[in-house]
Each structure stands twice: as C-alpha cells, then as structure tokens.
Design a protein around this ligand. Structure first.
Ligand code: S3P
Length: 456
C-alpha cells in the first residue's frame, strides 16, 4: 500500500483536437468507469468518518482526484491500493484542519460545492478555487444556506464566483432550507454542513434530485429521514453530530458515462452492444425512459443490487428513433444527459422538444448554447425557445463541422458520438476535458469499433 501522488486536477494547457468518423456496426461488451457523484461522496464521507473506509470502483478522473486531494489537504489520509481501490482514513465531523494552500477543484462543480458544505462543520477556514470554467459558475446557491447556518464568506470579486474563502463557525446553526432549484449539489452541501450542527437540518426540494448523499449518509450510520414533498419533491431531515462509521463502498458504473456508448449503439447502423453493471437508480434514469419513448431497443438484463444501488446490464441495438416531448419535471433525473439526448434526437425522425433546461446554462459551459452551436456545425435543424431546445430530426445528419467544447467534457463526448454516424466526420476543438469524468472514453469506444482520431 502506498500513499498516492494526487494530481492537481490540471491538465495539459494545449488543446487536443479530435475527430470521429462514420463507423461500422459497433459490437461487444464494455464496463464504463465508476459513478462520479458516488465517487465524490465516498471520499467526502470517508474523510468525515472515524476510521478507515475501503472503496472499490472509484472513478479515477481529474474531478474526483481534485476532491481526493482536497480531502487530504483537510487532514484525511487517502491511499490508492490498486486500480479503483482506495482507502480513506477519516478525521471525524468537526475534525478537519485548515489547509495550507487554496483548495483547487479544477473543473469540478460537484467537488467544490459539496466540500463547501463539508468544511462548514469545522471551525477552520479554507479558500476554494478552480479553473476558468469553474470560476464562471454560480456559488451563491451554496453560500446562501451556508451563511444562514453561520458560515463566514469572503468572495474575491463579490459576485458569488470562485475564489471564495469560507470560515466555519464554532457553533453551526441547524436550518430548514427550501432549495430554489432542484439540485443535488445544493441539497448535499446543506446536509454535509448539517452534520456539524446540533439538532435537525432539513432540506426541501420541489423536484427530487439524485439521492446518493442521503443513501450514503444512512450507510455510514447517520439518522436521515426522507419524506415525499408535494407532487414530485422530497423533504430530507438529518440529525446533526452523528459519529459516522466507516462502511465499505462499491461504486457502481456511471449511467452518465454509459449514456455515450448507449447512444452510439442506437445511432450507428447494425450495432448490438452490451454495457455492463450500469447503475439504474430511478433518479438518474430519465435518459433511459426518454430513449425508450423514442423507440430505442434497450433491454435491462440481470438487474441486481451491488453496493446498495440497483445495477443492470444494458443490451442496446441500433434503432429507428422518433422525436418526443421531454417534460421539464424529468430534467433532474437526466440533467447531464441533454447534450447526448440532443445527438440521439438529431438521428430521430420528427421533432424532439426538451423542456425546462435553464440549469444547462450554468454547467461546465453554457450547455444550451454549446449544444445549439454544435448542432449548427453538424447541419442539424434546431432552435432554442425560452428554456426549451427543439431538434428537428430527419433520420440522418450531414456532420462535417468543428465543435467548440468550451472546457466541457460532455459537449466533447456528445459530438464525437454524433460523428460516428454522421455522413461526414465531426471534429471537436479539444478532447482533453474528457479526462475530468471518463478518462478511458477513447479506448473504450475503440473496443466497440468506433473510429475516433486524436491529434497528438
Ligand atoms: C451532481 C449534481 C448535478 C449534476 C452534476 C453532479 C452531483 O448538478 O449536474 O454533474 O453529484 O450532485 P446540480 O446539483 O447542479 O443539478
């Protein structure tokens, strides 16, 4: 066992263009890497537990390594013992130490926002920072509830953007907070802060967002109650100051990464592929539901529980897709999947309307604008109406352009997938950010028969 040299989350400054070419039928079986959301949470809760948490299947991507490095800077001992196999020795709630240097989260909104909640429970101060994409993203949504709990906030520019310094109070105030947006990051930050407060902290969300934090808190022995709230919402109540007990975590395969080979299998003629052991948590399955409504041939085989989450093998066959209307209330369960859904919709026949996408404007890039610009490059008829995206599919896509990826991994992967089935090759300006979530994307797609050329 050896302590790992943790990367800083930065990568090569020079952009690395890539091109996807029309490919023959895709075939074979693959396993995509571990879930990014679960991986961040495993490190964070491991760092707050007392004792050693063993993790298997951890996603070893830049975003997750930034979180590992930040947890280590706060006093946890983080070790890599094998591929995807890690051990975290935690310091207990309230036991974090002031880091010697700024915490650099690279491109990762999840790491930065969840760890803002995490540090609130210790009387330390920490400076949060990230790359130029993360420095553009709104943090007020996290600072508002944390300030209500007594956290002191110093913003470099006063605009709710990183760099931001936080100082946890001696006595955190438990609150009841209704989140203005359906966001698992806001929910998780409030709950992680609530760990350090006496009494009950309650988070209300009008639309249910992914529930990995609640599930993992219960797995570590915290007292968490989840109740329905309104038609689609939830009320989550946590009793503060528990002693978190280390529990082994097996990270399931990431459905948001599986989405890329999945859509490739649907749009490349003649394809038949299997994506193994993909997490099918209902709060992450909006894409599967939508693609099935579009006529996709996706079978869920061998459904089973692994590491506390339901997983299944996805058997995917090339399918004739038709356009559908995607309701706004489905957005939280597929929020990261709209770029790749827009690609599937481009190959469908008829119109697909994706409703209520305002949150896409504040992701790693303005994804609504980036997807629209990419579709324009590919020759796909589309429009933006308010917060809705409309794609007019004609069953075939000309391709042929170059897509600006704006430091956004999901824009990069989505348009490479498009190029596997478009008439002309599709180029992207920079593939390097794929390493933030899916470092093995190119070799994994190549194993299925996809042709993606990366300029060296
Ligand atoms: C995430 C929540 C989502 C998602 C992100 C991961 C998480 O963000 O887009 O990729 O792990 O909690 P929001 O909470 O902003 O919706």
């Amino acid at each position: 066992m050896s302590a790992v040299a943790l990367s800083s989350g930065d990568h090569a400054a020079a952009p690395s263009p890539a091109t996807a070419l029309r490919s023959g039928p895709l075939s074979g079986g693959v396993t995509v890497p571990g879930d990014k959301s679960v991986s961040h949470r495993a490190l964070i809760l491991g760092a707050l537990a007392i004792g050693e948490t063993p993790i298997t299947g951890l996603l070893e991507s830049e975003d997750v390594l930034s979180t590992a490095k930040a947890c280590a800077a706060l006093g946890a001992r983080i070790e890599r013992v094998g591929a995807g196999e890690w051990r975290v020795r935690g310091v207990g709630i309230g036991g974090l130490r002031t880091p010697e240097a700024p915490l650099d989260f690279g491109n990762s909104g999840t790491g930065a926002r969840l760890m803002m909640g995490m540090v609130a429970g210790s009387p330390i101060d920490a400076l949060f920072d990230g790359d130029s994409s993360l420095r553009r993203r709104p943090m007020r949504r996290i600072l508002d509830p944390l300030e209500k709990m007594g956290v002191s906030v110093a913003e470099a520019a006063g605009d709710g953007r990183l760099p931001i310094r936080l100082k946890g109070p001696r006595d955190l105030i438990p609150i009841t907070y209704e989140s203005p947006v359906a966001s698992a990051q806001i929910k998780s930050a409030v709950l992680l802060a609530g760990l350090g407060a006496p009494g009950e902290t309650t988070l209300i969300e009008r639309e249910a967002s992914r529930d990995h934090t609640e599930r993992m808190l219960a797995h570590f022995g915290a007292d968490v109650r989840v109740e329905p709230y309104g038609a689609h919402g939830r009320k989550v109540t946590l009793r503060g100051r528990p002693e978190l007990k280390p529990a082994p975590i097996a990270v399931p395969a990431d459905p948001s990464s599986a989405a890329f080979p999945l859509v490739a299998g649907l749009i490349v003629p003649g394809s038949a592929i299997t994506i193994k052991a993909v997490m099918t948590n209902p709060l992450r399955s909006g894409l599967l539901k939508t693609l099935k409504e579009m006529g996709a041939s996706i079978e869920l085989l061998c459904e089973r529980v692994e590491g506390g989450e339901v997983v299944a093998d996805l058997r995917v066959r090339h399918s004739a897709l038709t356009g559908v209307d995607v309701p706004a209330e489905r957005a939280p369960s597929m929020i990261d999947e709209y770029p790749i859904l827009a690609v599937a919709a481009s190959f469908a026949r008829g119109a697909t309307r994706m409703r209520g996408l305002s949150e896409l404007r504040v992701k790693e890039s303005d994804r609504l604008a980036a997807v629209a610009a990419g579709l324009a490059q590919a020759g796909v008829v589309h429009s933006i109406a308010g917060d809705d995206l409309l794609v007019e599919g004609s069953g075939a896509v000309p391709g042929g352009g170059t897509v600006a990826t704006h430091m956004d991994h999901r824009i990069a992967m989505s348009f490479l997938i498009l190029g596997l089935a478009s008439d002309k090759p599709m180029k992207i300006d920079d593939i390097s950010f794929v390493a933030t979530s899916f470092p093995t994307f190119v070799p994994l797609m190549a194993r299925l028969g996809a042709v993606i050329e990366v300029a060296s």
